[in-house]
Design a protein around this ligand. Structure first.
Ligand SMILES: [Zn+2]
Length: 429
């Protein structure tokens, strides 16, 4: 989970004001195969957390089709669902990339000189896909996270690079091996490993000699979750996914509590177009990427025309990515911190409002061997952590909120495998 990054937020607020049309528009799509939404939230991912800190994101995206790699990545990279791109399994049999090509191909129809690269460690994504518009397709040994990251770092040294897809298969393979679950340490370790690789790739991006004159949109996504050691079905654990858009010119915002818009494969839960319009979904990835790459060439009307001409299913989130955050609902915790399977307990927070120190009073049962506390802001961002530590007396934990700006927060306490979340107001005196 993330550490306090107030300094980062201050920098974001400044850079957001300097979104410049003169910066060259570039896109990086980072794919992590098979990462459940609850696992991402539970994992220690400092590098992804940095992207979220400058990001527009949701932990409540939903899969609308086959929860299998081939069809899912095809939807993400073409901007259309399986009914159009034709991919319904990992053989890619029946694909229709001629009519519905990948995002670099579409962007090059307007800007032929774009330079695009793909790096994957799952060969079918390279060998079974045609007409995709990549100038280079690099395949590394499956599960070799380091090799994928190293190839990306090399490509990022090319000043002419405009679009890059970086794909990591390992988390999915660990899920198949021993379980798609936040409680499986092998699965979680793979998420941590990919997060570290993403940190190295992002450092290479920031080190580009002309970075100050570039406007990179980084989109990070997964293709499906999993249940037990498999996926492909319609359970929530397979369909509940996440979506991050990040960049120096992206406003920070979390879309919370998005309702399931349904699936094309679930007659009992058909796609609801009203919910779909509000939810970032896989086919939106390509459309948002194309929109960003072409945003200096096409105005909104021009892009809308292209989207229609290309018969794209996905919608562009570019305008939302660049719009100042909506007011946040502070009446209840955001879903990012609201989801847990642990039994709840009652706590009292006193004093509340607090001017710095506050105490969490609770009855955790037999002895509270391990007690810890996390403090989230109203967007669900973790801003403080305490414990497990010696500050704990038997039924009380003291927490110092004074490093935080005044405002509303949510405190969450874990004790004896029970959990409680309460709002708390901080006033500085
Ligand atoms: Zn997959």
């Amino acid at each position: 989970m993330k550490k306090l990054i107030l300094a980062t937020l201050a920098v974001v607020a400044l850079t957001t004001q300097f979104a410049s049309a003169s910066q060259k528009k570039k896109v990086m799509i980072i794919g992590m195969d098979g990462v459940r939404s609850d696992a991402l939230q539970a994992a220690s991912t400092p590098n992804i957390d940095e992207l979220i800190a400058t990001g527009f994101y949701t932990y409540d995206s939903w899969h609308l089709g086959y929860t299998v790699s081939g069809p899912s990545w095809s939807a993400m990279f073409t901007g259309v669902w399986h009914q159009k791109n034709g991919v319904t399994d990992n053989s890619y049999a029946g694909s229709n990339f001629g009519q519905y090509p990948y995002y670099p191909h579409r962007a090059k129809e307007v800007k032929p000189n774009l330079y695009a690269v793909q790096i994957v460690d799952w060969a079918p994504m390279s060998t079974q896909v045609t007409n995709e518009g990549f100038d280079q397709k690099i395949v590394r040994t499956e599960n070799d996270v380091t090799a994928v990251a190293n190839a990306a770092i090399t490509q990022l040294q090319n000043a002419n690079l405009d679009a890059i897809t970086v794909y990591f298969a390992k988390v999915d393979n660990m899920g198949h091996g021993s379980g798609f679950s936040p409680s499986n340490p092998i699965y979680m370790a793979a998420i941590h490993e990919v997060d570290s690789a993403i940190g190295r790739v992002m450092a290479a991006l920031h080190a580009r000699p002309n970075y100050a004159n570039e406007d990179w949109l980084v989109l990070i996504c997964t293709d499906h979750g999993g249940v037990g050691t498999s996926h492909g079905g319609n359970s929530d654990n397979e369909r509940h996914i996440w979506w991050i858009g990040s960049g120096n010119n992206v406003s920070r915002k979390q879309l919370v509590a998005l309702q399931d818009p349904g699936s094309y494969l679930m007659p009992a839960n058909p796609v609801n177009p009203v919910l779909l319009a509000k939810t970032p979904v896989q086919s939106d990835i390509a459309v948002t990427a194309i929109h960003h790459l072409l945003s200096d060439d096409l105005d909104s009307a021009g892009f809308a025309q292209k989207r229609q001409q290309w018969d794209l299913d996905g919608k562009s989130w570019l305008d939302s990515l660049r719009t100042t955050s909506d007011p946040v609902d502070t009446s209840h915790p955001p879903t990012a911190i609201g989801k847990t399977n642990l039994p709840s307990m009652d706590i009292k927070v006193y004093p509340n409002p607090s001017s710095g120190w506050t105490s969490l009073w609770f009855d955790g049962g037999k002895g509270n061997k391990e007690v810890s506390c996390q403090v989230y802001d109203v967007t669900g961002k973790l801003v403080l952590q305490a414990g497990p530590s010696a500050m704990v007396s038997q039924y009380r934990m003291n927490v110092d909120l004074s490093p935080l700006p005044a405002g509303q927060y949510f405190v969450r306490i874990y004790a004896d495998d029970k959990i409680a979340t309460k709002p708390v107001i901080l006033h500085h005196q």
